[in-house]
Design a protein around this ligand. Structure first.
Ligand code: AMP
Length: 721
């Protein structure tokens, strides 16, 4: 009986009988660990002692972990013991930290340990609670089945309210011992009502002291039950400096869940072959916090995680360039090599990707500058001296061989283009689509992206933040302007503050200014209403409780019972002087309108930002534009007037009419100014992958304001009112 189990096991996982990597990773569960603790421990440890003969085994009675993640294994049929032993390398351990308490410290992730093979069960059985999503992750890596992923998504969205309650319960149970939650008097309660009564709404500012203690090396349970070992840096484009936020396995897990979900839906509509992806992704510099925790941007933490590569493989999205390029020390060199690798593998590239669309535009603008050099490199098989990082040079030398035919072909393709139109499909003839976040502050880049893309579909990617994921794009056929994100109800607990008392709905002359400060109560995920806008509140598995992410979203519909959200804008990105309130979106619309005038001269706005200048009396809006060439004075005056008229917010219009707000000012900055802003953020530890141009530069961001002001070449005041 034991032997037949053993053979079934070997067949099932194709486990080789010598030490080597199994075909796919798989899970292992100890059956009945909890109920018959003593007995299981006894047999387990007697085997342990046999198996790791010589190593000291210290036993503790905390036996919490159920799930292992195995990469290497070896089966030893030891007749003397009467049953098979399985020798495994432990790769990751979840849901408990007991292992380090009885296994020799160094062995946690590397050494072989033996388990009784009869205790290995198919991990699809008996998994409960949190483990389920992890098991799903393992299964998908084994054999990614998009239809199954869709089925699961349909299942969790059938009764999103129930899943939300279960998710909150899980979060509070796992983290009940955290100092933060303890101090709020929940006393073990996990229902949404008690949670909302006891736990206040917070912003990053309120959590900052807790996060800094974690970063400074305090290992006690502060925000989470299990210690946080990694810190993410949010891009910080809003505040001017990156924020620290906790990162953990659960966030990694939900990242993978989002990737699979949107891939499954995407691939159903736009199937890709087994090729490569030209991914403009970059790691930021990783560093250690004062307390020795690894810190980097959230994208960097994801790229560095071994699950990322496995997942990319599973969803046929492997990057065409070596890791050394992604993790290179200088982003300009990495970008050059991304382009070069893309060209080397041009026939295999299935899609072009970057986290945010800005990086794709940036990459192809750079291509316009360096394409001849790229051709020379390909022709001669020698990497340009502009790439100096030894790690990148070594890695690239393995790929780059003299290929004059390819160089000629690229040359022919590029010289055959008119104003770079259709550049991407010409370079990558088998690409099926372009993929990345194209909503929100990325929308202004769509025109340019469409120009490079020609007829290639633009598919907008999912919605999340360094703080955690929110929703996946499950309707990939919709154009970016209409993209929505279906909330995954099992990755966090979400609440929504209605934005009902929006200034647009009010009679401004009659309004009491204090009215704006009365905030409606947040509603739950399934209580939101179609057509309404909300500020989103996140509670997640990484120590954020009722956290104001700062984003405004609009409910466009429901997928089963979970809402489909459209990203509207950052809440605090506001141009406001008195009763006027203009959001990032209002600014975008005004810029779009005014830049149409430039189109007549075949010019475009490369990038833009804004600022409220209160140094004048009355204060006025300042719009900064970087333009692709030289525009005439007359046209710029017209653009300036058009910008002023395009802010249709009633508060703005009425204030302008009575000169309570001064004339709008258009300041044109010299070419390359926004590149300087990008470089400034990179210097602060941000990553290109997460970069978003700050659309409104507030007083806390004076370094960026300085860069903009120092580069102004001309300025115009509106005469529209
Ligand atoms: P970060 O600070 O780099 O973590 O960026 C997170 C922020 O990027 C979110 O809070 C949003 O404001 C924005 N963002 C993320 N995903 C999207 C999306 N799909 N559409 C629009 N904006 C997004």
């Amino acid at each position: 009986m034991l032997h037949s189990h053993y053979h079934r096991f070997i067949d099932r996982y194709q486990v080789p009988t010598t030490t080597s990597r199994p075909k796919t990773p798989f899970a292992l569960k100890f059956v009945n660990c909890y109920p018959s603790l003593d007995q299981d421990l006894k047999s387990f440890f007697s085997l342990q002692s046999v198996a790791v003969r010589g190593s000291r085994v210290r036993l503790q009675m905390k036996f919490k972990v159920e799930l292992f993640f195995i990469f290497n294994c070896r089966v030893v049929l030891d007749e003397s013991l009467g049953f098979p032993l399985l020798s495994v390398t432990l790769f990751t351990l979840l849901y408990g930290n007991w292992v380090s308490s009885f296994l020799p410290r160094k062995s946690v992730s590397r050494k072989f340990h033996c388990f009784r093979a009869v205790d290995i069960v198919d991990h699809r059985q008996n998994m409960v609670g949190c483990s389920q999503s992890f098991v799903r992750m393992l299964e998908k890596m084994e054999e990614f089945d998009p239809e199954k992923v869709i089925e699961e998504f349909e299942a969790i969205t059938q009764d999103a309210g129930k899943v939300q309650r279960e998710t909150l319960k899980k979060i509070l149970e796992e983290n009940g011992s955290a100092e933060y939650l303890q101090s709020l008097g929940l006393n073990g309660r996990t229902d949404p009502e008690s949670f909302k009564t006891c736990v206040p709404l917070v912003t990053h500012k309120e959590l900052e002291p807790y996060i800094h203690r974690i970063a400074d090396g305090d290992h006690s349970p502060i925000l989470t039950g299990k210690p946080i070992t990694t810190i993410s840096l949010s891009s910080g484009t809003t505040q001017g400096k990156p924020k620290f936020v906790p990162f953990n396995d659960e966030l990694m897990e939900s990242t993978m869940q989002i990737y699979w979900t949107s891939f499954a839906f995407r691939n159903r509509e736009f199937p890709i072959g087994n090729g490569k992806a030209l991914q403009f992704i970059y790691s930021s510099k990783q560093f250690q916090t004062k307390g020795g925790l690894a810190a980097g941007t959230a994208t960097t933490n994801v790229y560095r995680n071994s699950q990322f590569k496995e997942t990319m493989k599973a969803i046929q999205s492997q990057s065409c360039c070596p890791d050394e390029v992604i993790f290179g020390p200088d982003f300009h060199q990495s970008l050059y090599c991304h382009l070069l690798c893309g060209l080397i593998f041009r026939d295999e590239v299935q899609f072009v990707f970057s986290t945010f669309a800005h990086s794709i535009i940036h990459a192809f603008r750079t291509f316009e500058q360096v394409w001849e050099e790229l051709c020379t490199d390909i022709r001669e098989g020698i990497l340009s001296s502009r790439v100096s990082a030894p790690s990148i040079r070594t890695a690239m030398s393995k790929l780059l061989k003299p290929n004059p035919e390819l160089a000629d072909l690229v040359y022919k393709k590029v010289t055959g283009l008119s104003n770079w139109y259709r550049l991407i499909p010409e370079l990558f003839p088998n690409a099926k689509y372009i993929y990345g976040i194209m909503t929100g502050s990325m929308e202004p880049y769509l025109r340019k992206l469409r120009h490079y893309a020609g007829e290639l579909p633009l598919l907008s990617a999912d919605y999340g933040a360094s703080e955690g994921w929110i929703g996946a794009n499950v309707n990939p056929k919709l154009p970016p302007e209409l993209t929505t994100f279906a909330v995954l109800p099992n990755i966090g607990f979400f609440e929504f503050i209605p934005m009902k008392h929006n200034i647009e709905d009010q009679d401004h002359n009659q309004m009491d200014p204090s009215f704006f400060h009365i905030e409606p109560e947040p509603v739950d995920l399934t209580e939101v209403k179609i057509g309404e806008e909300y500020e989103i509140i996140v509670t997640n598995f990484a120590g954020l409780y009722r956290y104001r992410l700062g984003d405004v979203v609009k409910v466009m519909g429901f997928h089963n019972t979970t809402p489909e959200l459209k990203f509207v804008c950052r809440r605090n990105l506001l141009l406001t002087i008195n009763i006027d309130k203009n959001t990032e979106k209002d600014l975008q619309l005004a810029v779009e309108e005014a830049s149409k005038l430039l189109g007549e001269e075949k010019l475009e706005v490369v990038d833009y930002s804004s600022h409220v200048d209160s140094s004048t009396d009355p204060g006025h809006y300042v719009i900064f534009w970087e333009i692709s060439g030289e525009a005439g004075e007359e046209i710029l005056k017209e653009c300036c007037n058009c910008l002023d008229r395009s802010f249709v917010d009633a508060g703005y219009v009425s204030s302008r009419k009575v000169n309570a707000i001064g004339a709008l000012e258009l300041r044109v900055v010299r070419g390359g100014t926004f590149q300087k802003i990008l470089d400034h953020y990179l210097g602060l530890g941000s990553a290109v992958s997460q970069f978003k141009t700050p659309r409104c530069v507030g007083p806390t961001n004076n370094l960026v304001l300085q860069i903009l002001c120092d580069n102004v070449v001309e300025s115009y005041f509106s005469t529209a009112f």
